[in-house]
Design a protein. Structure first.
Length: 90
């Protein structure tokens, strides 16, 4: 299992490291390879988050800075909501 996190034009590197750690933690117990990219816009305060996972999974979400969605914990929570429900292991 591999998790690749890319952050571009998101500002503060310390916040970026926290986001990366939260994303890696959220995906650490999920099978398969994962790629999460977050790209900031120069035109507005929106960041585009794209998630790619196993079995062709693709999700995208616009993180609005004006709604507080640039906070690392909020990004982690949004990520979890976009993922498929984990089935209990037998």
């Amino acid at each position: 299992m591999a998790v690749l996190v890319e952050l571009h034009n998101t500002g503060d590197p310390a916040v970026g490291r926290e986001v990366q750690a939260l994303v890696e933690h959220a995906l650490s117990d999920r099978a398969g390879d994962w790629r999460v990219s977050i790209v900031g816009s120069c035109a507005n305060d929106n960041w585009e988050m794209k998630i790619e996972g196993p079995n062709g999974l693709e999700r995208s979400y616009t993180l609005a800075g004006s709604a507080g969605e640039h906070q690392p914990l909020v990004i982690g929570n949004v990520l979890l909501k976009l993922l498929p429900v984990k089935m209990p292991q037998r």
